[in-house]
Design a protein around this ligand. Structure first.
Ligand SMILES: [Zn+2]
Length: 255
């Protein structure tokens, strides 16, 4: 695999997921060999928050974010969500961020369920605010609503952003960050987002094991595909894209 002269951060991945059980250490090594020197790993529920913390203890270059996915909220209901909220409060001091959390109107079309997700998300926003941690948002088809709900926070990252150009503008005007996934390698919409995104607001991520730019499972090493795609779209050197997004990630997450 080609490697770069520079260092890249994958701002959002799930290396603890079972899809990596077969070759987790090798996948992490492949990332490092490709120049992806740090990764932010996100939990989505009770179990993956624990495995995220365990992974971050094992590797000092993997940073833990503790989350509560809206898909978990809608699928498992309030008691499960309440337990995870407690887990977030009790373990926030071990994490660099809260999230991913938010709403998902793509997978859930019912307005009552949207309100349910917003109710739980409000509590997650409160935890981010009281712990003074950055918040990582999963806001699929709900980007504008999520933005409305986080106006009191200083540091917000819209992970895997796929919303409109207008909402992206509002997010960056508010001083928040947009994380562009490996979808940029093959999605025209994401390419137009990248062309219009202020460079000082841009983070990049794989969301591994999802959204692979190649065949099969995604992994952090494939960040180099995004970096070269973005370099081409923005008429920049690959090293510049890597450097700028790395520094933005440090700033956004206080690393
Ligand atoms: Zn994710």
């Amino acid at each position: 695999m080609r490697s770069m002269q520079t260092t890249i951060i994958d701002a959002h991945c799930h290396l603890d997921f079972t899809k990596f059980n077969r070759d987790r250490d090798e996948a992490i090594q492949r990332a490092r060999n490709a120049g992806v020197v740090e990764m932010i790993n996100s939990g989505i529920d009770h179990k993956t928050n624990l495995s995220t913390l365990a992974l971050a203890e094992q590797y000092d270059f993997i940073h833990p974010a503790l989350g509560l996915s809206p898909l978990v909220v809608s699928h498992y209901g309030d008691e499960v969500a309440r337990n995870i909220l407690t887990q977030l409060e009790e373990n926030a001091h071990r994490a660099i961020a809260i999230g991913e959390a938010g709403m998902d109107y793509f997978h859930h079309k019912d307005e009552k369920e949207h309100e349910h997700q917003r109710e739980v998300f409000r509590k997650v926003v409160d935890i981010a605010e009281s712990t003074d941690l950055p918040l990582v948002i999963h806001g699929r088809d709900a980007e504008a609503d999520a933005l409305q709900m986080v106006q009191d926070l200083d540091r917000v990252i819209f992970h895997c952003y796929g919303g409109s150009l207008d909402t992206m503008q509002e997010i960056t005007d508010a001083g928040y960050y947009i994380s562009i996934s490996t979808l940029v390698c093959f999605s025209e919409h994401h390419q137009s987002l990248v062309k219009n995104l202020p460079l000082d607001r841009m983070l990049i991520e794989t969301d591994s094991p999802y959204l692979s730019p190649r065949k099969g499972r995604n992994e952090p090493a494939y960040m180099i595909d995004s970096v070269s795609t973005i370099a081409r779209l923005r008429h920049m050197e690959e090293t510049e894209v890597a450097d700028i997004t790395r520094k933005n990630t440090y700033r956004a997450f206080g690393l």
